[in-house]
Write a protein that binds this ligand. Structure first.
Ligand SMILES: Cc1cc2nc3c(=O)[nH]c(=O)nc-3n(C[C@H](O)[C@H](O)[C@H](O)COP(=O)(O)O)c2cc1C
Length: 173
């Protein structure tokens, strides 16, 4: 079985998840992990595809949106999963519904892998935005819980593991 994991990652979270899935499946499949900002892979020859990236300004980055749009019918014809990382965990359900075109229903689903808001991983405008998002998360947490302890987002490796298990089931067929 040949698996493609195609991702975009601006500050490392989605890249970490791509590599996590690849690590879990390395004994089961031949895997290419490709950063879409460096290379646009052709899909011929792959038995399954995982596509993922961060939410930025409520959407996937342009290169990822374009990749999904351009390969829409091929991705619909083979086992395919989409994952995303985001900083605002409280609206992750909303993102699950809105990140990909409605007519695209990846057979292995859309998966939320948590996210991070770490200014130290970013530069310039991104660093500023992350600081802003951190304040917004802390503010909401404070409003919701009337408590001062904050819950900044974290990656959820367990969700990546569950997707890897789903893909393992395909390779076993
Ligand atoms: C410029 C910018 C815009 C962002 N916009 C959103 C957003 O609209 N919603 C959200 O939940 N998180 C947002 N985030 C947070 C990222 O989704 C989060 O940090 C994610 O873990 C980044 O993944 P990556 O490291 O793979 O790029 C934004 C981060 C940056 C830097």
């Amino acid at each position: 079985m040949k698996l493609l994991i195609a991702y975009v990652s601006k500050t490392g979270s989605s890249e970490f998840c791509a590599k996590l899935i690849a690590k879990e499946l390395e004994q089961k499949a031949e895997i290419d992990v490709i950063d879409l900002e460096k290379k646009t892979p052709k899909l011929e020859g792959y038995d399954a595809v995982v596509v993922g990236g961060p939410v930025r300004f409520g959407a996937f980055p342009k290169v990822l949106r374009k990749f999904i749009k351009n390969h829409f019918s091929e991705l619909s014809a083979i086992p395919c999963a989409v994952y995303f990382c985001c900083g605002l965990s409280r609206i992750s359900d909303e993102y699950s519904e809105t990140l990909i075109p409605r007519k695209f229903e990846p057979s292995l689903g859309v998966h939320y892998f948590g996210g991070e808001l770490k200014p130290q991983n970013a530069k310039g405008f991104d660093k500023m935005l992350i600081r802003h998002l951190r304040s917004s998360v802390k503010y909401h947490d404070f409003e919701d819980n009337e408590a001062s302890d904050v819950s900044l987002p974290e990656l959820i490796p367990e969700n990546a593991h569950l997707l890897a298990e789903d893909i393992k089931r395909i390779t076993a067929k």
